[in-house]
Design a binder for this molecule. Structure first.
Ligand code: NAP
Length: 254
């Protein structure tokens, strides 16, 4: 990771929490926010060495970061994550709701536990973190909440009834919370990635998938992180709220 020159450190002094930042898209987001000067909480569920490696990369480049384990589907662990961040660094300015899982299978084979696990993390987790940080952000009268949704929540995807329901839920949640928090200067937006090369998409049939991507390739985590970094930036994105930004190689054209 290379820190941007001082003149481009538009997140200097800001505190960001990125959920699920040990790998994939969340890792890229943590590195991009840190490169812009933010202090970053690198949340993870199980991958402690990977999360510590993200922190080490940020610190080696002159930034500030801490790794923090918390299962985002568990309310008490989420409260602890947000409280300990506030205690350590005094504020929470940016929340990126990125942690997510898949439990793909066709509807008729989908077990209630496959449904529930995905809803619990990908949708209820977003509610839990957002509710906890919004108390802080409302008092501060500023804040940026960025939710990682998916094209699956907009166009559906066979085998992902649980996942697309959760991601569509995240989009509706984003718009409602954007309206509730707007008067206090807190913005809430969503980014909808297409197919991005991470552990989550590893092993999918790429010949089939590439037919649906006008740009003809998978996206990279850095390409999602660039959009998130923009949405966190002040004043660049200060007048944007309640929106969904597709970063998907042209899969969904509204
Ligand atoms: P990934 O490579 O599988 O990484 C998932 C991250 O989430 C890991 O850091 C993991 O931590 C964390 N995580 C899993 N369960 C958690 C829990 N209960 N509490 C806290 N953290 C947890 O996934 P990705 O592809 O980067 O996806 C990131 C986000 O983008 C997800 O919301 C996903 O739905 C969305 N998305 C991805 C794509 C894609 O094509 N990849 C497309 C659209 C949307 P551990 O390492 O500790 O397990």
């Amino acid at each position: 990771m290379e820190r941007l020159p001082e003149s481009l450190q538009y997140l200097a002094g800001k505190v960001a929490i990125v959920t699920g930042a040990s790998r994939g898209i969340g890792k890229a987001i943590a590195l991009h926010l840190a490169a812009s000067g933010a202090k970053v909480v690198v949340n993870y569920a199980q991958s402690s060495p990977a999360a510590e490696a993200v922190v080490a990369e940020i610190v080696a480049a002159g930034g500030e970061a801490v790794a923090k384990q918390a299962d985002i589907a568990q309310g008490d662990q989420v409260e602890d994550l947000i409280d300990s961040t506030k205690k350590t660094w005094g504020s929470v300015d940016v929340l990126v709701n990125n942690a997510g899982i898949t439990r793909d299978t066709l509807l008729l084979r989908m077990k209630p536990e496959d449904w529930q696990a995905v809803i619990d993390l990908n949708l209820t987790g977003v509610f839990l973190t957002t509710r906890a940080v919004s108390k802080i952000m409302l008092k501060q009268r500023s804040g940026r909440i960025i939710n990682i949704a998916s094209v699956a929540g907009q166009m559906g995807n066979p085998g992902q009834a649980n996942y697309s329901a959760a991601k569509a839920g995240v989009i509706g949640f984003t718009k409602t919370v954007a309206k509730e928090l707007a008067s206090r200067g807190v913005t809430v937006n969503a980014v909808a990635p297409g197919f991005i090369e991470t552990d989550m998409t590893h092993g999918l049939n790429s010949d089939e998938i590439l037919k649906f991507i006008p740009l003809g390739r998978y996206g990279q985590p850095d390409e999602i992180a660039g959009m998130v970094r923009f949405l966190a930036a002040d004043p660049a994105a200060a007048y944007i709220t309640g929106q969904v930004f597709n970063v998907d190689g042209g899969m969904v054209m509204a």
